[in-house]
Design a protein around this ligand. Structure first.
Ligand SMILES: [Zn+2]
Length: 207
């Protein structure tokens, strides 16, 4: 698979950008990865890049966005940090991806068995990690359906918090960034959320 031409990317609608990721994940789980000619892609992207999507995902070694969406060089901006938390630098990077480079889609991607989410649910404190885990706290506070064992030992609770954390992160991006919320209002950019299942390799997109 060759890197998409610039004109193709510019004409791409935000909804189609999401479809490209869905199709890529289908190829991944069916073990039908496209034959990425990475050296061709080096040449095709040497003069510049125009990734069609920016993906905020966890640093977890099992959740590499390029692999799970079967994308090659120059296809996506990949922003990775434990627990896919938002901070000022990531927000600035997302603004750069969309407003400056023209990416059509922002995807916030959580995943199952996330140690950061579990740690936050267990109120783990450790050096600089404590501050990072605090960023997951709003999702824990927002979770109201699980009545007992509201901690990291309860898979149901962790799963609920994981989903809420993705949804709240999307809300935060739109609330904090006028640049991105305007692009979304104008229909130039779409924002979506998903959960990657580390057992099956499948990404479940959230509404
Ligand atoms: Zn994780």
């Amino acid at each position: 698979m060759y890197t998409h031409e610039k004109a193709y990317r510019e004409a791409l609608m935000p909804e189609n950008a999401l479809q490209l990721l869905k199709e890529g994940n289908e190829r991944f789980i069916n073990n039908l990865a496209a034959n990425h000619d990475l050296l061709q892609q080096v040449n095709a992207t040497a003069a510049g890049q125009q990734p069609f999507a920016a993906i905020l995902s966890c640093m977890d070694s099992r959740t590499s966005a390029e692999l799970i969406f079967d994308q090659g060089l120059g296809d996506i901006f990949s922003l990775r940090v434990a627990g896919n938390v938002l901070n000022e630098d990531i927000l600035g990077s997302l603004e750069y991806a969309t407003q400056v480079v023209g990416s059509k889609l922002i995807l916030v991607l959580g995943h199952t068995k996330c140690v950061a989410i579990t740690g936050a649910c267990n109120q783990v404190e450790l050096g600089h990690l404590s501050g990072l885990l605090q960023k997951i706290r709003p999702a824990i506070d927002a979770e109201t359906t699980v009545t007992n064992e509201r901690d990291g030992n309860n898979p149901e609770f962790v799963e609920q918090v994981t989903k809420l954390h993705v949804q709240l992160t999307i809300a935060q991006i739109m609330e904090k960034s006028e640049i991105i919320s305007d692009l979304i209002k104008e229909g130039k950019v779409k924002i979506a959320g998903g959960i990657y299942d580390v057992k099956t390799g499948k990404v479940y997109f959230l509404d």
